[in-house]
Design a protein around this ligand. Sequence first.
Ligand code: FPP
Length: 254
Amino acid sequence: MTQSGSTQPVRDNQTATGGSPPPPVHVAIIMDGNGRWATSRGLPRVAGHRAGVEAVRRAVRTAGELGLQWLTLYAFSSENWRRPLSEIIDLTGLLRHFLRMEIADLHSKGVRLHFIGDRTKFDPGIQSDIAQAEKTTNNNAGLNLVIALSYGGRAEIVAAARKTAEDIIAGRLPIEALDETNFAERLSTAEIPDPDLIIRTSGEKRLSNFLLWQGAYAELLFVDTLWPDFGPSEFTAALAEFARRDRRFGARPG
Ligand code: FPP
């Protein structure tokens, strides 16, 4: 696990006394506001989600152009299962369409797909599309695109705690050796660097159970733009705001 959080206090080219941080390696986005975007236009919510998929396409393209190595998108939270069945059907339908229709294009652009969250909650067809997307793009060396599906940070931490307990009981991990690094290796993000920047669109200022462990030292940016309107200029502005932040990872200013 390459952590830019508490176990890796300061990046190589940034001093503990501040200064402009290096560009983010990993940006994670809470894509919020699809419903309001649709309602404000007198459209059904599904139209907002469709426009949200367009914004996903743009964000992936822009992330590559901006030189990011990792982009994580919160597409479906573990709490989203509480939405009306009709909306769940719309969202899973869009997801299925995305997985079937976009993978070839993403693959041709060198994008490698990863999924975090409880995929067993989805029907077997979607589960096999997810597995196929991972397999097809496994050797790609371009942008790493992580899609969080039926994801909840607390559930992820509990699952890692359970694995850790099992490994301790089975003698695979001496309890004295337990630390942040080997605990993080039991999270679903074991191979993924911690996010440098978490963006939430639509003006809401919450993390909503997203990357709770991994985001410990992430810069947080809340923008008013509704997700379907989030385009290259908003993404570029977000990175410019990140560049103005003073990341100290808990170190004292000089
Ligand atoms: C939040 O908007 C957005 C979601 C719950 C779903 C995000 C999904 C997509 C952008 C499309 C599917 C993604 C992929 C990768 C295929 P909201 O509905 O909560 O908006 P509101 O707060 O305005 O009601």
